[in-house]
Design a protein around this ligand. Structure first.
Ligand SMILES: C[S@@+](CC[C@H](N)C(=O)[O-])C[C@H]1O[C@@H](n2cnc3c(N)ncnc32)[C@H](O)[C@@H]1O
Length: 266
């Protein structure tokens, strides 16, 4: 069975509900507000097709995309080459990478930290991200809002997208994919039907998902000691994490300040 991450074109189509440019604008705004300001370099972790890294590259930012899956790496590199933008693509694990470079901004988008299955993996990941931050740089993590897994029946897991004449129906996880109460891992079933004039194509996968609560993320950050939380948002618009309209959990991190400096939040 081909997994959804082994089919980067289908994965990118499934996620084309996103408006990447405004998200990049928001990231740049947060860098201006909480970081050093102008962003000259960006590293996208667990980047998949690297839509955000490529959007930064189109703006002239030196962009690097890192992913563990070779198909995703090859696809990201080809998409960048087709667009005529410079993108450095690295195949590595987000818990153990060492690139020998630092970046003004490091990002992990669309809940890719749900692939960190244990607290040790999360802390190792935070340590690695911190080690790649330039002075004043930010690490921004976009996760699902905890409400999604804490029983809000209104959360939808089905959507339809249409791009370049191709239509796809997607179902990613759902109430039937039960979270193990001890490990906080759920076997999220993914089903996608792609219609492009010819025979519809069906794609099925099971993607293990590790649920992280807001308080666990704060605890992992403190355990790491290398970073601190400077802001949390509930959307790429300035929505508070606790706002009823919040549907994402976006955590803005920077290098931990020396003792005696103003503490972060969270
Ligand atoms: C949900 S996709 C997200 C891709 C991208 N962040 C986005 O916004 O579209 C998750 C990605 O994480 C990658 N991944 C999973 N575990 C990883 C790891 N330990 N290190 C690096 N990448 C990993 C997968 O290969 C996949 O491309």
């Amino acid at each position: 069975m081909t997994g959804i991450y082994d089919d980067p074109w289908a994965y990118e189509l499934a996620c084309s509900f996103r408006d990447v440019e405004p998200e990049v604008e928001a990231l740049l705004g947060w860098c201006a507000e909480h970081g050093t300001g102008p962003v000259g370099s960006v590293l996208e972790l667990a980047a998949g097709p690297a839509e955000h890294a490529r959007a930064f590259a189109r703006r002239g930012v030196a962009a690097t995309a890192l992913d563990l899956n070779p198909a995703m790496c090859a696809y990201a590199a080809k998409r960048a080459a087709d667009d005529g933008v410079a993108l450095d693509v690295v195949r590595a694990d987000m818990t153990s990478f060492a690139l020998g470079r630092r970046f003004d901004l490091v990002v992990t988008m669309l809940d890719s930290t749900s692939h960190l299955m244990t607290l040790d993996a999360f802390v190792a990941h935070l340590d690695r991200a911190a080690a790649h931050l330039a002075p004043g740089g930010l690490y921004v993590v976009e996760m699902a809002h905890p409400r999604d897994r804490l029983g809000d029946p209104s959360v939808g897991n089905d959507w339809t997208v249409e791009r370049d004449g191709v239509r796809a129906r997607v179902r990613w996880g759902g109430p039937d994919d039960v979270l193990d109460p001890v490990t906080q891992i759920a076997p999220d079933r993914v089903a996608m039907t792609i219609e492009s004039g010819a025979e519809p194509r069906a794609l099925h996968d099971v993607v293990p998902y590790r649920f992280w609560t807001a308080t666990e993320v704060s605890a992992a950050v403190r355990l790491s000691g290398a970073l601190e939380v400077v802001a949390r948002y509930g959307d790429f618009r300035d929505v508070d994490l606790s706002d009823p309209d919040a549907w994402r959990m976006i955590v803005v991190l920077r290098a931990a300040q020396p003792a005696g400096a103003q503490p972060g939040i969270g």
